[in-house]
Design a protein around this ligand. Structure first.
Ligand SMILES: Cc1cc2nc3c(=O)[nH]c(=O)nc-3n(C[C@H](O)[C@H](O)[C@H](O)COP(=O)(O)OP(=O)(O)OC[C@H]3O[C@@H](n4cnc5c(N)ncnc54)[C@H](O)[C@@H]3O)c2cc1C
Length: 425
């Protein structure tokens, strides 16, 4: 996989100064080695360092280089798969416990922002907009499901009520949540990194793990040395490549793209989303958008299994934004970027152990902003000796993706199927 598919993202252009994380060199022995400095790895590092563990984090690029520094910034509720698939596997009670963990994920994120004073433009409010009148009833079913799970901070908006809040006529109603929202994903990630360093973790950028041993004493080799540890956490998500062959078939990288307009001015921005919520449609292949504090519209969507970048990403994405907001035709796109989402076959995140010493979590399937931090914290909790909550999530089963030459074509065909389904349903 190529290293970067972006020009300079809006997030990089507005990032706070990151902490100093020198490249790793030498031969070191530690308690826990973590590969990958996104939300998953940093959350585990922070939790463990605060509990007194010696922690070394190896990051191939820079802090937040992966999905954690380039996502839509939408803090979502629950799992990308929905509850039904989880319930079908492990029953109602345990599925409910999973949902409660997903709720805790948002709380963990909020607590950390407050505790470590992470300046990342956190804002609550989220709307799920239906693209077809025939799908309005899905909103009622969704609300009923969440009500039954005890999450009641939601309301259904009719087409007219939605149009009072959104400057578009393409949607036919929405489910509005008060308990989901959005933020600046890279600044949050950098804040987590600072907190982990302050707690004593050693973070190293430009330190790619080249070889991994997952036995009784795990060992990770980089070009400049090695880390031996009692425990190893693999937190590379869609950027994992073939580093750990046993994990290769479990997830599939899918590319998602985002554009940011020039600043629109407060009046024009408010006319698009008057309440400042994050918005996503309810299609399988989702369009999502929100405003930034400097009055830009961030608009994301599309998905590609090929990981090939369109030559002019801004021009490629803009018509999609204009379909929702034709009034933005005259507006300039100032940033366009993309990143790799790790999906699993059933859209339930995948976590587990490769041995008694080696943990992994990945495959949040486009909904990892809050969840990744939780999975990182639960791996840390398991290493500290309380594995019950991690084991519950690890008990969820997944079919692997095919390997070899059919891998990408099969998934491209699946994507086409879902595009058609979105268009026809
Ligand atoms: C464009 C886009 C939009 C998204 N929008 C949303 C959204 O709005 N809401 C939401 O909930 N989720 C969203 N997601 C998903 C979410 O961002 C991810 O689920 C989450 O960030 C995953 O965090 P992570 O730490 O597991 O992985 P990542 O943040 O991807 O981190 C993995 C890290 O591992 C490093 N790495 C890989 N291999 C090695 C190696 N060999 N050695 C050392 N380091 C290595 C990588 O460089 C990378 O920094 C989006 C993702 C993308 C790409």
């Amino acid at each position: 996989m190529r290293n970067s598919i972006i020009a300079r993202s809006y997030y990089q252009a507005t990032a706070q100064a990151g902490p100093m994380c020198p490249p790793f060199a030498g031969d070191v022995t530690t308690d826990v080695c973590i590969i990958g400095a996104g939300y998953t790895g940093l959350s585990a590092a922070l939790t463990l360092a605060e509990a007194g563990y010696k922690v070394v984090v190896l990051e191939a690029n820079t802090i937040g280089f992966g999905a954690s520094g380039r996502n839509g910034g939408q803090i979502c509720t629950g799992f990308s798969s929905g509850q039904a698939k989880i319930e079908a596997q492990i029953g109602k009670d345990d599925a409910r416990r999973c949902f409660e963990l997903a709720q805790e994920a948002k709380q963990l994120l909020t607590n950390r922002i407050n505790q470590y004073q992470i300046d990342c433009d956190l804002r609550w409010g989220y709307m799920h907009a239906v693209p077809k009148a025939s799908r309005f009833d899905e909103l009622r079913a969704w609300k009923d499901e969440w009500d039954a799970l005890g999450y009641t901070d939601t309301e259904i908006l009719s087409k007219q009520e939605l149009e009072n809040r959104l400057g578009t006529h393409v949607y036919h109603g929405a489910l509005r949540e008060g308990g989901a929202g959005h933020f600046h994903p890279l600044n949050y990630c950098l804040g987590l990194a600072r907190a982990a360093i302050n707690a004593g973790a050693a973070l190293h950028e430009q330190s790619k793990a080249l070889e991994v041993e997952t036995g009784t004493q795990p060992c990770v080799r980089t070009s400049q040395g090695s880390v031996r540890a009692k425990f190893l956490i693999i937190a590379c998500n869609a950027y994992l490549g073939r580093l750990v062959p046993k994990l290769y078939g479990k997830i599939m990288p899918v590319t998602s793209y985002i554009i940011a307009t020039e600043p629109l001015g407060s009046e024009r921005a408010r006319a698009l989303i008057s309440g400042g919520e994050a918005v996503a449609d309810t299609n399988f292949i989702v369009d999502y958008f929100r405003l930034t504090p400097d009055t830009r519209l961030l608009f994301g969507g599309r998905a590609s299994y090929t990981t090939l970048e369109p030559p002019n990403l801004g021009a490629y994405m803009k018509p999609r934004m204009e379909r929702i907001f034709p009034q933005l035709r005259d507006v300039k796109i100032e940033h366009a970027w993309g990143g790799y989402i790790a999906i699993t076959n059933n859209r339930i995140p995948d976590c587990g152990q490769l041995s008694s010493t080696t943990y992994y979590a990945h495959g949040y399937s486009g909904q990892g902003v809050a969840l990744a931090g939780l999975y990182g914290a639960l791996m840390a909790e398991a290493i500290r000796g309380t594995a019950e909550r991690f084991d519950l999530l690890a008990s969820l089963r997944h079919l692997p993706f095919p390997g070899g030459p059919v891998r990408v074509p099969l998934l491209a065909a699946a994507m086409l199927f879902y595009r058609l389904k979105d268009a026809l349903s």
